[in-house]
Design a protein. Structure first.
Length: 300
């Protein structure tokens, strides 16, 4: 299906400046819960056992209907662990009724015969693997590597499209090539490397911030592999996309993300103010938002 999003050019006559603006974001990332069965060392949302369950189903569906009315193309249900939401299937169905593509980001460790069918409803499943066994378990703070790899295979066998996510920080940056080989072996649809940003629990580990020079080396390595093997592998460097993505917290605060948590801005709350109005705030960098998603197409 082809969906169209309204974009327009704003001309400020006083300043003689043109601005590209979108009526609404192309994609929204929603931490539908910050409850999680794991307690990863660098978790960006500080999720864990004590997290917030999130909105009641009826209100969550109203939020999704609102996103649908605005023509949002894609909704990423993240967390926390989305499988802890009893209504995940209903929320995915609601997004589908609104013609919104869905992504579910899961650590997979709660996978069972029932909820695998819920995952099958989504358009893409994102799963993090942050290194070989020892490194993955170190970041997860639990011995879950084998379970995760087995569950990736099961999710794939169930017919889901899978993207591997790898969070890259100083202590695991030497495993980028190994991780690319793993995603090839697993035969997943795509692989996204995300450069560490000191947010959530990551705030306590500034020593894990990778120098820009090193980030460039990782970028080159990934590009080489992508071209050589004609694979869908990308790098997400927060520094390139500051204040361009739309993040919703469990209770629907709208966050424009900076590199450091202190630079992130709460721009509003969509239970109080429509998202198009919140997104029109100058804090959001609309051209970069467009570029972020167009780039995926340009680079495959
Ligand atoms: S990184 Fe993911 S799996 Fe780990 S605690 Fe955070 S939400 Fe849970």
């Amino acid at each position: 299906m082809i969906k169209k999003t309204e974009a327009y050019i704003e001309y400020d006559t006083e300043a003689d400046v043109y601005k590209l603006r979108l009526r609404a974001p192309l994609s929204v990332c929603w931490q539908i819960t910050t409850k999680c069965n794991l307690n990863c060392k660098y978790c960006l949302s500080s999720s864990g056992n004590d997290g917030i369950y999130g909105l009641d189903t009826d209100i969550a569906k109203k939020v999704i209907n609102h996103l649908g009315e605005l023509g949002i193309n894609r909704l990423d249900f993240t967390g926390g662990e989305p499988l802890l939401r009893k209504d995940l299937g209903e929320l995915i169905d609601c997004a589908k009724e609104n013609n919104i593509s869905t992504i579910v980001t899961t650590n997979t460790t709660l996978l069972n015969d029932q909820n695998i069918n819920i995952l099958r409803k989504a358009d893409l499943i994102q799963i993090s693997v942050d290194g070989p066994r020892e490194m993955h378990n170190y970041q997860r703070q639990r011995d879950v590597y084998d379970l995760t790899i087995n569950n990736i295979k099961k999710i794939k066998e169930a017919g889901c499209k899978v993207r591997l996510n790898s969070f890259i920080f100083n202590s695991n940056k030497q495993y980028v090539e190994e991780l690319m080989n793993l995603s090839k072996e697993l035969g997943v649809f795509s692989h996204l490397f995300i450069i560490f940003t000191p947010q959530g629990r990551g705030k306590d580990y500034p020593n894990e911030i990778i120098e820009q020079e090193e980030v460039e080396k990782i970028k080159t390595l990934i590009e080489r592999k992508r071209n050589e093997e004609n694979r869908n592998i990308r790098l997400y460097d927060y520094n390139e996309y500051l204040h361009s993505c739309v993040l919703l917290t469990p209770m629907c605060d709208v966050i424009s993300q900076g590199f450091y948590e202190e630079d992130s801005v709460k721009v509003g709350n969509i239970l109080e103010t429509p998202l198009d109005e919140v997104f029109s705030n100058d804090v959001f960098d609309h051209p970069t938002h467009v570029f972020h998603y167009l780039q995926r197409r340009l680079k495959k």
